[in-house]
Design a protein around this ligand. Structure first.
Ligand code: SF4
Length: 323
């Protein structure tokens, strides 16, 4: 049974300049213990999707227009703010790109990692501190017993990200949502943090949703991947299938634009044009203005996400036609 089942999520931003359809009819599931990648350019709706589920978008201007998001039998989109706080504190861990915005500069890191155990887990201070130390050691923070009494400004970017991961995992949640967790870090630290996450995932049997613009990170970390464009899922596949035979021209363009992920022999080519303004989406396929294969039908009718094999779906009129 799915751990998280999202159906037809629509999150729109009501601005003075019009309605921005940031997320526009997204459905997917996360299975227990799996690693799911969500990729796309910035502004494609990948972060907004998960911020909507967790009740972390400012409203107004954001409004969830439709959808359900069943997590452990409860619809997150119907939950009260207090229920969502509990879910975020205990059942769904979160790691963001910039740990400094999520860490409190006035509290020691040990106290911050221990806090969810005290607030949501009902533990006493000494027990919470002992578990916080364990969590900091588990994420590879060197000399954790001493460093837990320091404040975040005394830490490097990589160490702060480890602290964020420890905070997210200390309550042993069944689901971790990691939004560009390594983007701000240099390549060596990136690899170390991803290795650490992989190890923690295997040990705890936790599911991870990894939100990233980097298909290379998805290739090394995830089992399944969703590709998003202009607020919709345009391709959904097992990672091997996606890399062996991408069905959507946008996925192929993403691969060709990233070193290390393009098909053998293909040249490195940037994607031409820009994603559409979510307040003024074109009437047909949102990728049509940038798509080298666009036909008149593409400019008129938006393609539905269609299964081509049990593990591979794409939203493109030409998918599977040998293009
Ligand atoms: Fe390109 Fe048409 Fe497919 Fe859209 S539906 S990605 S425009 S071929």
């Amino acid at each position: 049974m799915a751990l998280l089942m999202v159906d037809n999520l629509r999150t729109w931003f009501h601005t003075r300049d019009g309605v921005a359809r940031a997320v526009d009819g997204v459905s997917f599931q996360v299975d227990p213990g799996e690693a799911l990648g969500v990729v796309g350019e910035s502004g494609c709706g990948k972060s907004v999707t998960f911020l909507s589920l967790l009740g972390l978008l400012p409203s107004p201007p954001a409004r969830v227009e439709s959808g359900t998001a069943l997590f452990e039998g409860n619809d997150l989109l119907q939950a009260s703010p207090a229920e969502l706080r509990r879910v975020r504190g205990r059942r769904i861990g979160m790691v963001f790109q910039d740990p400094m915005t999520a860490l409190n500069p006035y509290m020691t890191v040990g106290a911050q990692v221990a806090e969810p155990l005290i607030v949501h887990g009902g533990l006493g201070r000494a027990d919470a501190r002992a578990q916080a130390l364990e969590a900091l050691e588990a994420v590879g923070l060197n000399d954790a017993a001493r460093r837990m009494d320091l404040h975040p400004h005394a830490f490097s970017g990589g160490m702060r990200q480890r602290v964020m991961i420890a905070m997210a995992l200390v309550t042993r949640p069944p689901l971790l949502i990691a939004d560009e967790p390594t983007t701000a870090l240099d390549v060596t630290i990136q690899a170390q943090i991803l290795d650490q996450l992989r190890e923690l995932q295997a040990q705890a049997g936790m599911a991870i949703v990894l939100i990233t613009h980097d298909l290379g990170v998805v290739a090394s970390f995830c089992r399944r991947v969703l590709v998003m464009y202009a607020g919709r899922i345009v391709e959904s596949a097992a990672v091997e299938d996606l890399f062996a035979a991408p069905l959507h021209p946008y996925t192929r363009a993403l691969m060709a634009s990233l070193p290390g992920t393009r098909p053998a022999g293909a040249r490195l080519t940037p994607i031409t044009g820009r994603p559409p303004d979510p307040r003024r989406l074109p009437p047909g396929c949102a990728f049509a203005p940038r798509c080298p294969l666009a036909t008149p039908q593409c400019h008129q009718t938006a393609p539905e996400l269609k299964e081509h094999t049990p593990t591979h779906a794409a939203a493109c009129h030409l998918a599977g036609e040998g293009t």
